[in-house]
Design a protein around this ligand. Structure first.
Ligand code: Z5A
Length: 219
């Protein structure tokens, strides 16, 4: 629940628990964006107020940070800088979109959120998970997703689906991406009530049905 009380985010600016916050996570090409858009269309079809956003990005400042983060030329960027830039982009999105939309009662669907930093920078790059959690609390004002779908797919398979273009993170080694995937499983094991693991190799229609049914349940 995107509740300031439950997550200790008393200073979040959330006035009441009205909207729902649903996130999609997983390796590149796993189908997150596809399923986030399909879920959004499903809910809009039921007459719900729904908004789809992505991370890093979603608002002007965060899109500028995204360009820095994914630029292949930024080979010198260290893991601390990378972690803080993802958090900076997130902080702006939380302030400009997530809090106001949740306060309006919107169902907010976000393609990636804090779990991505835990998986990629924490489990993948070796940044302390505890530090990511505490900086993450600062950046998100304690706001957490009500429900998260982790689309589980081998990174190699996901990259093949995506074609030949690679950004700075996608260019990392196979071992790196394996650590990221293992990190997502660790997150899912720790919070089974929030994180739903979906087999990304299953046919799209089957996964859409599972995702929509689960969301209909929580609404
Ligand atoms: N990153 C990070 O390190 N730390 C952070 O805190 C955050 C992010 C927030 C953002 O890249 C990069 O930043 C990302 C993690 C890192 N990089 N990596 N590596 P992005 O936003 O440009 O891209 P992405 O989020 O990694 O992935 P994507 O390109 O958006 O792909 P996707 O959303 O997972 O997949 P898709 O576009 O929905 O589907 C890919 C294709 O597969 C598409 O053509 C589908 O039609 C097709 N396909 C085939 N079979 C299926 C099934 N069964 N289901 C769904 N789709 C299917």
């Amino acid at each position: 629940m995107a509740s300031p009380d439950k997550y200790g985010g008393g200073g979040s600016g959330l006035t009441a628990v009205r909207g729902k916050f649903i996130t999609f996570e997983g390796a590149e090409g796993c189908g997150k964006s596809t399923h986030a858009a399909l879920l959004s269309a499903h809910l809009a079809g039921q007459g719900a107020a729904v908004r789809l956003i992505r991370e890093p990005g979603g608002v002007v400042i965060s899109e500028k940070v995204r360009a820095l983060l994914l630029d292949k030329k930024n080979v010198a960027m260290n893991k601390e800088c990378e972690t803080l830039l993802y958090m900076a982009a997130r902080a702006q999105l939380v302030e400009e979109v997530i809090i106001p939309e949740l306060n309006k009662g919107t169902i907010l669907i976000c393609d990636r959120f804090l779990d991505s930093t835990l998986a990629y920078q924490g489990y993948g790059c070796g940044v302390s998970v505890d530090i990511i959690k505490s900086v993450g609390f600062f950046a998100t004002k304690g706001i957490r997703p009500d429900l998260t779908f982790f689309l589980d797919l081998d990174a190699e398979e996901g990259l093949q689906r995506r074609g030949t273009e690679r950004d700075r993170i996608e260019l990392r080694s196979r071992d790196y991406h394996a650590r990221v995937r293992a990190g997502y499983h660790e997150i899912a094991r720790a919070e089974p009530e929030r994180v739903v693991v979906i087999d990304g190799r299953r046919p799209r229609e089957e996964n859409t049905a599972t995702i929509c049914a689960r969301v209909d349940e929580i609404l």
